[in-house]
Design a protein around this ligand. Structure first.
Ligand code: ADP
Ligand code: MG
Length: 244
């Protein structure tokens, strides 16, 4: 029996399966038929593989935090409804490569809602990648010379849903605006983008610099897009925790 278990373990590792405890499997389930044993073993392999893929997918997504709709106070943020967010939670829009833009002042929950949708997408098995516009600029500018940037860009390109957070905080140079346009173009019709911005679209040319490139970017972005204009007070300021 030992030689057989040894042989099975060797097969498991050469097939890159996950090792399961055969002693335990055999001891507990020796009343199983051979076919049932194979079924138990393969089901376990499948479960472990799905689990591993989930972990890898979440790591690749690089979300700054796991947020959800349950912890979002729709009584405080009244410019968007729970129903609207629940409707977006089925992710059918990702299938159609639609985009979502959360627009509005700081602290009103744009990133929280964007991350909630990202978590839903991950749970449903979609490849997701989070970045900020600043980070995206660094990635795009250094992808030729940095392996880390190249790897990150590959993950962004392979994702079904890309989040670009904090668009509008920093002014872009002409080179950067063009890189952003190239990136958005490469995504269009194939990948969904969620953007959060503290600036309304009419203000985008202020930080993009060039009005022509701004129009081109917005044209690609909002062709198939849910635009959520949010207002309200900063949750951070209202729920500020003080030390004393
Ligand atoms: P924004 O991206 O609009 O600047 P965030 O989504 O980062 O704002 O929100 C700031 C903080 O306040 C986060 O920790 C977020 O989880 C929390 N927050 C914002 N709005 C709400 C809300 N309506 N209910 C619960 N938490 C909220
Ligand atoms: Mg934010």
């Amino acid at each position: 029996m030992n030689a057989r278990i040894h042989h099975v373990n060797a097969l498991v590792s050469s097939l890159r399966l996950t090792a399961v405890d055969f002693d335990l499997l055999y001891a507990n389930q020796n009343d199983l038929t051979p076919l049932e044993s194979v079924e138990v073993f393969l089901s376990e392999q499948q479960r472990l593989r799905t689990e591993k893929q989930n972990i890898i997918r979440r790591r690749r997504a690089n979300l700054p935090a796991e947020k959800n709709l349950e912890s979002f106070d729709f009584g405080f943020q009244r410019s968007i409804t729970r129903e609207q967010m629940l409707r977006l939670s089925d992710m059918t829009w990702v299938e159609q490569a639609y985009n979502i833009c959360f627009l509005g002042p700081p602290g009103i929950g744009k990133t929280h809602l964007a991350l909630s949708l990202a978590v839903k997408a991950l749970d449903l098995g979609y490849a997701v990648a989070f970045t900020t516009l600043d980070e995206l600029m660094i990635i795009l500018k250094t992808s030729q010379i940095s392996t880390a940037s190249k790897r990150r860009l590959k993950i962004l390109n392979a994702a079904a849903l890309v989040l670009i957070d904090e668009v509008g905080f920093m002014p872009l140079s002409t080179v950067e605006a063009n890189l952003f346009f190239g990136f958005v173009s490469s995504m269009s019709e194939k990948t969904s983008i969620i953007i959060t911005s503290n600036k309304g679209f009419d203000e985008w040319s202020d930080f993009m610099g060039d009005p022509t490139i701004t129009t081109a970017i917005l044209d690609r972005l909002i062709h198939h897009c849910e635009i959520l204009n949010m207002t309200g007070n900063s949750y951070r300021l209202q729920h500020r925790k003080s030390i004393i």
